[in-house]
Design a protein around this ligand. Structure first.
Ligand SMILES: [Zn+2]
Length: 243
């Protein structure tokens, strides 16, 4: 039976975001330091403080040679959240992901980035090593803007096709109990506008948002957004600004 008093519901213009984590358990969160995983961490921290204090966070970020900023940004985000909703005895794990040496950094002429695959495999290995029988995992992945919006704002090119809303991105996987799953992507059916709504609801647009980084390009010291990569365009589309 579902414990209704442990359900946190965030209504949004695209549907409800629900968090339900019964029992004493580890919650593994993949954090890229981007806007999506950061607001997810904020909601999970709120959940721990207001619904279930027995949760233990294991936060994971990658340190790749082409994306060395993810841990850095995720880390400042986590510290910010910890001051609002104390995270308790959390641990922030990261790996050291280097290019294979076989392939140059970046995409080849077919748009395939051999090292990018290696990075996601690496972080997945770290995440899996932290799991136990009762642990659950949360990921902040959102859907791409609708086809209409992509067209209207001329931002179709360069998107990750796996995030298109007509491609089935599972919201929850591996049943652990009524309305309760091991792998959770609470934003998977919604686009980044929902993320912007949540920042706005909790007055985080001028505080937490600037601490996040969505850009996938190398910039001088990674403190700036390049403004031209697809992830920057999506960020600007949803928030109306980059930082
Ligand atoms: Zn960028």
């Amino acid at each position: 039976m579902i414990q209704e008093d442990l359900v946190m519901t965030e209504p949004t213009s695209q549907g409800d975001v629900k968090i339900y984590i019964p029992g004493k358990r580890d919650v593994i969160v993949k954090m890229s330091g981007g806007a999506d995983s950061s607001i997810l961490m904020f909601l999970l921290a709120k959940y721990k403080n207001e619904y279930n204090t027995e949760l233990n966070f294991k936060i994971t970020s990658t340190v790749g040679s082409t994306k060395p900023y993810q841990y850095e940004f995720a880390s400042q985000v986590v510290k910010f959240i910890d001051k609002i909703y104390p995270l308790g005895d959390y641990k922030h794990y990261h790996n050291e992901s280097l290019p294979s040496g076989e392939f140059p950094d970046g995409e080849d002429e077919n748009g395939f980035d051999a090292n990018k695959e290696a990075y996601s495999d690496d972080i997945e290995k770290l995440v899996q090593s932290l799991h136990n029988k009762d642990s659950v995992q949360y990921m902040g992945i959102t859907a791409n803007p609708s086809a209409e919006q992509l067209e209207l704002h001329n931002i179709a090119d360069g998107r990750d096709l796996e995030r298109d809303s007509d491609v089935a991105v599972p919201t929850n996987e591996l049943w652990m109990g009524p309305s309760f799953w091991k792998y959770n992507r609470p934003f998977a059916k919604y686009d980044k506008m929902v993320v912007a709504e949540l920042y706005d609801r909790y007055n985080l647009t001028d505080t937490l948002f600037p601490l996040t980084r969505s850009c996938e390009e190398a910039t001088f010291d990674f403190s700036e957004h390049c403004g031209t990569c697809w992830w920057c365009k999506e960020r600007k589309w949803a928030f109306g600004k980059l930082a």
